[in-house]
Design a protein around this ligand. Structure first.
Ligand code: SAM
Length: 209
């Protein structure tokens, strides 16, 4: 896709990733590690995968991962980082999730910090995420519930979503879901000067019956 055909989201995130050789730590998100380590590997969908650390961590554990982002720059970094063997387990797919969504049903659907400082129909995307969970599969959503203190990450737009409100909005109180976790959780991090800091995350984990 040429730059002139890019959606506003693609243009924003490609420019953001292009300004830094590496934006994220390269480590998988703690929430993903904590909440999925005991799941048997199967098929996974990672929405807004960024530079791919979560997708690669899952693939190393035997998951077949579809890793989706709106930024080609970010996806290319994940593809380059995935070592031999693991690379065959990750299908990197370019989607503006406001417009298109991967096909299929997955044993795990994860969206870690799918936020943006520009328009993002987050609830609609998370409803599609829930619909993509296979029977007996898991939906795992982690979001910011306080401002991340580490530059250079862009601030999410609008108020931080409340996990209970999100769970209700995307239908996780329906009888075909078991809502396992729906809470705010504190996480240690560091601020731009390297000082310890604490941030708050919104965590939703649900299992389709
Ligand atoms: C805050 S980052 C989180 C990245 C990664 N999940 C992580 O935790 O390191 C949000 C990611 O969502 C992606 N994203 C934002 N809007 C998107 C959209 N409309 N469609 C697909 N991906 C999008 C961005 O490119 C970015 O990589």
């Amino acid at each position: 896709m040429s730059t002139s055909q890019q959606s506003p989201a693609a243009a924003f995130w490609d420019a953001h990733y292009g300004r830094h050789p590496q934006v994220w730590s390269g480590r998988p998100n703690a929430v993903l590690v904590d909440e999925t380590a005991d799941l048997p590997p199967g098929t996974a969908l990672d929405l807004g995968c960024g530079e791919g650390a979560d997708a690669i961590w899952l693939a190393r554990r035997g998951w077949h991962v579809t890793a989706v982002d709106v930024s080609r720059t970010a996806l290319d970094r994940g593809d380059r980082l995935a070592e031999a063997g693991v690379d065959k387990l990750v299908d990197w797919q370019l989607h503006d999730l406001a417009d298109t969504f991967p096909t299929g049903a997955y044993n795990l659907v994860t969206a870690q910090y799918l936020h943006a400082p520009i328009d993002l129909p987050r609830d609609r995307i998370l409803r599609a995420a829930a619909a993509a969970v296979a029977p007996a599969g898991t939906l795992l959503l982690a979001g910011h519930a306080s401002s991340p203190p580490r530059a250079p990450h862009p601030e999410p737009q609008g108020a931080f979503p409340d996990p209970a409100e999100t769970a209700r909005t995307i239908g996780l109180h329906d009888r075909d879901w078991l809502l396992v976790t729906c809470e705010l959780r504190e996480r240690p991090t560091t601020d731009p000067s390297g000082e310890p800091a604490t941030v708050s995350d919104s965590i939703i984990k649900a299992r389709r019956r």
